[in-house]
Design a binder for this molecule. Structure first.
Ligand SMILES: NC(=O)c1ccc[n+]([C@@H]2O[C@H](COP(=O)([O-])OP(=O)(O)OC[C@H]3O[C@@H](n4cnc5c(N)ncnc54)[C@H](OP(=O)(O)O)[C@@H]3O)[C@@H](O)[C@H]2O)c1
Length: 375
């Protein structure tokens, strides 16, 4: 099988670096269980940079049928449009013999999907890049010495069946879900994922890295309540930043501290502690006009589409219980209050149930969250 190209901008497709698995002849087959936005993009890019590796996409519905009919997945990004030849299936038997399995279903589908595919996964290394903290669920069915978890600060979406778009190429971090995993297993998986051309790091403190990402999402998911673009419309807006984002994030810091969970820094803009400092710096008097210039000018940050927004628009259950809900759950276990995160959970569940998706204005949300603080 070979990867094919439909664009003349091929040179800017993320390419594998020297330390990638491109020359690693030991890897013959990888599979993606839940080959939606994140999984199909990683799997497709790995295929493009390692044409000799067979890539199996486990999916369902129109997306599956399109990949089966075409024999490829289309990958769109700042590089243009390219195709990667893949085998698509919904059957567990299709993944048998895989060296590595990327596990990327939505968190609410974790338990049932892991059970269905457990036998076919066999001895493969499994890497979950899901949001939410799922290791306790996955370790019930997957070999503990082969289970890796992680987070990705990339931003992808299925824009049409068989077509994935990359809005942001951020860093991803993976690490061992338990002490049973050897450093060699982690490094082999890291090199393979890094051969997608999207940067992948490894961390021994992966739980702290996962919570680092989860805290970003607690703010991002709140921006969905008013369909506000997280960076340009939310963080760069003084009122929303101070009334919604900062209280949610600081509540998350307090809850994790009470639960005894240390946060682990991640690279660059993916480090939530650094992001917190940045939000406070933006409050320095006189910076507002500069911030507006960045938010509205040609260098404005990319629009991030959170999966909660996509799920609400598609009338699907969201992952809110595993993100803001995870903070609310830990808060209740630790006996500390978490009114801001709990309110995001309540409001998203209300929107999930209503047929007409009514988004409040950013100012209404900011006022509502200020009133929570006054209680
Ligand atoms: N998208 C992002 O930018 C991003 C960024 C960071 C983290 N994440 C996390 O990554 C995980 C995956 O997100 P995503 O956006 O890639 O989700 P997604 O696009 O919905 O992809 C998941 C895919 O798995 C399929 N699926 C679920 N159960 C299946 C089964 N039993 N058999 C076959 N296919 C099955 C789903 O089909 P249906 O559509 O029919 O359910 C869907 O196509 C989530 O935890 C998310 O929070 C996503």
């Amino acid at each position: 099988m070979t990867a094919t190209s439909t664009a003349s901008t091929l040179s800017t497709v993320p390419s594998a670096n020297a330390k990638s698995a491109a020359n690693d002849t030991a890897v013959k087959k990888i599979s993606v269980i839940g080959a939606g936005a994140i999984g199909a993009m990683f799997g497709g890019l790995i295929k493009r940079n390692n044409p000799d590796i067979d890539v199996v996409m486990i999916a369902r519905g129109d997306h599956l049928e399109t990949m089966q009919e075409r024999g490829y997945v289309e990958l769109r990004g700042d590089w243009g449009n390219v195709n990667a030849q893949v085998t698509a299936s919904s059957e567990p038997s299709a993944i048998e013999g895989s060296d590595l399995v990327l596990f990327t279903v939505k968190t609410q589908d974790t338990a049932t999907t892991a059970q269905r595919f457990a036998e076919s996964i066999g001895d493969a290394t499994v890497v979950s890049l899901q949001n939410g903290i799922n290791q306790h669920i996955l370790s019930q069915t997957i070999r503990k010495d082969r289970l890796l978890v992680g987070m990705t600060a990339t931003n992808m979406a299925i824009v049409a069946p068989g077509v994935i778009e990359c809005a942001r190429r951020g860093v991803s971090v993976i690490g061992p879900a338990s002490k049973d995993v050897t450093p060699e297993v982690v490094e082999n998986a890291r090199r393979l994922l890094d051969s997608s051309g999207l940067p992948v790091e490894a961390s021994e403190q992966i739980l702290g890295v996962q919570y680092n990402k989860l805290l970003f999402n607690t703010m991002g998911y709140a921006s969905v309540l008013s369909a506000t673009d997280f960076l340009s419309g939310g963080i760069f807006n003084r009122n929303w930043r101070n009334s919604v984002a900062l209280p949610i994030l600081q509540e998350g810091f307090r809850v994790l501290s009470a639960a005894g969970i240390p946060l682990q820094k991640a690279s660059g803009g993916s480090d939530v502690l650094r992001f917190h400092r940045l939000m406070r710096i933006l409050n320095v008097p006189g910076l507002d006009s500069l911030v507006r210039l960045v938010a509205q000018g040609p260098l404005h940050p990319p629009r991030l589409v959170f999966s909660v927004y996509q799920d609400l628009m598609r009338d699907r259950p969201t992952e809110i219980d595993y993100v803001n809900g995870e903070i609310a759950r830990l808060a209740s276990e630790s006996g500390v209050p978490a009114p801001y995160n709990s309110e995001v959970v309540r409001m998203v569940h209300k929107m999930e149930k209503s047929k007409e998706k009514h988004f409040m204005s950013r100012e209404e949300i900011a006022q509502h969250f200020r009133s929570l603080g006054a209680k």
